[in-house]
Design a protein. Sequence first.
Length: 96
Amino acid sequence: MDESSRIIWIAVDERVAAVAIDGQILFSMATNTPVLSLEQFSDGIVAVSEGQAIVINRDCYIETIIDFPDIAQNFRFEDERLTIDFADGNTIDYLL
């Protein structure tokens, strides 16, 4: 749960959703590949899937969608930077 906004973020298979404490659905979106993780940062949430990262602000609006050039194998999130290791051995840093 994002304590500052009182929103619960959920990721299941190929879907990301945000639900208010009262049960109202604030955001729902399908992704093109399974979601690996939801990461909270100062400006919102990042949903990382095998094929893309979706940056969503605290008002539940999409800020950007980053399509990956290959399938994500591993990722690290640190200091508002998302680092993705890809299946082909390449690594790319994205500043959020």
